[in-house]
Each structure stands twice: as C-alpha cells, then as structure tokens.
Write a protein that binds this ligand. Structure first.
Ligand code: NAD
Length: 352
C-alpha cells in the first residue's frame, strides 16, 4: 500500500546565463519595490552589483549572512531591513544567504527572490535550519519557500574549485537520499537521476577545463533538480548526520556532506539496492559508495572529517545526537553502527 508525503510547492524559476538582468522585473512581478539585498561578507561586492542592477528597487544591502543561520544574525538583519524601509528581500549567494533570506521572509511575510551562486539547493525548498544555543533546529512551511529564483550560470564562474566540488556533492546528497526516501515517486526518481547525471558530468568536465561554461551550466541545472528532490521528499541518515555535525560541532556544511555521503551510502547500501544501482548508473560508476568516494578523491575533495575540525573524541556525542529522534532511513539507525560510520569518516577510511 502506498503512503507518502510529496511537497510540490515550488518557486517560479528563471534559468540561464546573463539572467541577472531580469532581477528587477522579477522582483516587481512579486510586488517588491524596495529590496534589502543579502549576502555573506565574501560576496558583499556582488550584493552591491545586484543593488546597482535593481536601481531604485534596492533599499540597501546587508552582508552579514553566516552558515547555519544563527538567530543573532537574523536579528541584526531584521533591524537593518526596518531601518532602510525594505518591503522585499533579494538573497545573492549560497545556502547561508538563502537561509538568512528565508528566516527574514518567514518573520515578515516579505516576498523573497533568490539568486543562487552555489549548488546547495535551498532556494527551492520550504526548509529552514536555524541555530540557537548550539543546536540547529529545522522547520518547514510555505512561508519559508522563496517566491522567485533567478539562476544565472555566469555568477557561478567565480566559485573556487574546492567549493565547487563540495557544493556539487552536497547537491548529489539530496538526490541520493531521495532515491531511497519512503516518499519517493517515479517523478522524484527522475529528478534525482537526471540531477546526479548533470552534476557528475559537470564536475568531470570542469575538472578537465576550468573555463567550461557548459560544465557550469550542467552543475547549476543539476543543483536545481537535486534541490527539488530535497524539497519534495524526506531525507534520511546522511542529512541527519550532516545536520548534527554542522549545527552542534560547527563543521562546514558542504565539506561535511562531501566526506559523509559515501559512508552514509555504504551504511544503507544493502537495505537500498535499487537506489544504489540507480545512483551508480547516474554517476557513471560501478558501485555507488566506492565510486563516489573515488570520484571525490580524484577531484581533490575532502575525504576525512578530522581535517574539518571533528575528532574521534566527538564521535560518541555526535552518534547520540544523531540517533536521539527517529527519522526515515532504509536501514535501522543504531547508535553502534553510527559510531562505527563516524569513526571511519573521521579517519578517512576507504569504503570497501
Ligand atoms: P555558503 O552559502 O556558506 O557559501 C560558501 C562560501 O562560498 C561563502 O564564503 C560564500 O561567500 C562563497 N560563495 C558563494 N558563492 C560564490 C561564488 N559564486 N563565487 C565565490 N564565492 C562564493 O555555503 P553553501 O554550502 O551554499 O550553504 C550552506 C548553508 O546552506 C548551510 O547553513 C546549510 O544548512 C544551508 N542549506 C540549507 C538548505 C535548505 O533547504 N534549507 C539546503 C542546503 C543548504
């Protein structure tokens, strides 16, 4: 008997190269007249450029977005939005900036336009993970879903290679966990496999030629498809582990996904053979967990958690936190098994 949750809510999407020129008309379409333009500190220059493109429709900029959406930063940005009389929000950047935009939109009801510059996929989900007092709590709701997404491939060419690799594997994680989600449908399977194909093709091509704009196009397109998987169905063990490592141990989001994904896939492999076969086919490898780990290593991506600031001494608490509440996963989540998985990921053990 079928039983699933499938959330098809989706923002309007404009995808292309040079689409930043559309940002003012797209903002006006959702009723924005005076937008606060958000970014991380590193992308303040890009935020100023977007404000320039918006012209009179820009109320000001705020470049303090931070990873894992700390509520303190949201409070400061909210004060800035009020100070400049903003009636709308434009997030320019990766998942950190989009998270801040979602936090503000959900508190104020302001229309939110996102210009993504990484492959995180947050822009097409109604999910928001906020961090307060050292714990990251995720909530979801229609008020969190952005109104419009303007994907401009040209803005992703500045993404450094290490961030490109980890962010693309972060996107792959959404697709992989969708393939074994209890909520999966044939529609989601299609999004996931096409997304994995585009992401793997894009990474390999960009590794050969760093200037390949077609590869950047594949990566952003794959990120959109993978983000829709994340928005549509519930995720499993892998996302729970990364959420714990990011929210409670301060580990960087995309690098953590990159190290953990092959290990989480190996943990689930025997319980989800069809999903692993589909993932292997889409990634162009013989065995999905081994092949993904080899792909990441070949691209120079991170393969061990201890290089990201996690230590073996942290394993027991992380395993306790990651197994404290139930969530859907093809294989039963047991603390000893999770300790073993985290130990291997910390030491960078090869998947066998
Ligand atoms: P990020 O947004 O922190 O970006 C990483 C770094 O890359 C930042 O320093 C940023 O300034 C820089 N950067 C981004 N785009 C760039 C570009 N084109 N050129 C040069 N530099 C660029 O990292 P992220 O991995 O995109 O997002 C991580 C955050 O997003 C986490 O807080 C995570 O929880 C959240 N997230 C949420 C969802 C969701 O659905 N709610 C989904 C995925 C990620």
């Amino acid at each position: 008997m079928r039983s699933f949750e499938h959330d098809t809510g989706s923002p309007r999407v404009v995808f292309g190269t040079g689409t930043l020129a559309r940002v003012a008309s797209e903002l006006a379409r959702v009723g924005g007249r005076r937008a606060l333009v958000l970014s991380t500190p590193g992308q303040g220059g890009l935020a100023a450029r977007v404000a320039g493109v918006l012209g009179d429709a820009a109320a000001g900029t705020f470049d303090g977005a931070a990873e894992h959406t700390p509520v303190e930063v949201t409070g400061v940005a909210l004060a800035r939005a009020r100070e400049v009389g903003a009636d709308s929000l434009v997030s320019v950047g990766g998942g950190s900036t989009t998270g801040l935009g979602k936090a503000l939109a959900s508190r104020t009801g302001m229309p939110h336009l996102v210009v993504p510059t990484t492959y995180a996929g947050s822009e097409v989900t109604a999910l928001l993970g906020e961090t307060a007092d050292g714990e990251k709590v995720t909530r979801s709701g229609p008020e969190i879903l952005p109104a419009v997404v303007v994907y401009d491939v040209a803005l992703t060419t500045t993404l450094p290679w290490p961030v490109t690799v980890t962010s693309a594997v972060n996107a792959m994680a959404h697709a992989v966990e969708a393939l074994y989600s209890p909520d999966r449908t044939t529609q989601v399977d299609g999004l996931a496999t096409e997304g994995l194909e585009a992401l793997a093709r894009g990474l390999r091509a960009l590794h050969r030629d760093a200037e390949d704009l077609g590869a950047r196009d594949d990566l952003l397109y794959g990120a959109w498809l993978a983000g829709r998987c994340l928005g549509a169905v519930r995720m499993g063990l892998h996302h729970k582990l990364c959420h714990t490592l990011g929210g409670s141990f301060g580990l960087a989001h995309a690098p953590t996904h990159t190290v953990v994904l092959p290990h989480a896939m190996a943990y689930n492999a025997t319980a989800a053979p069809e999903a692993m076969a589909a993932a292997a086919g889409a990634l162009g490898v013989d065995d999905a967990p081994c092949g993904l780990q080899a792909l990441v290593a070949g691209l120079g991506g991170p393969t061990r958690l201890d290089a990201l600031g996690f230590s073996l001494a942290d394993v027991p608490r992380a395993a306790d936190l990651a197994t404290a509440r139930p969530y859907p996963n093809p294989r039963a989540v047991q603390r000893d098994g999770i300790r073993h998985l985290l130990t291997r990921a910390t030491e960078g053990a090869a998947i066998d």
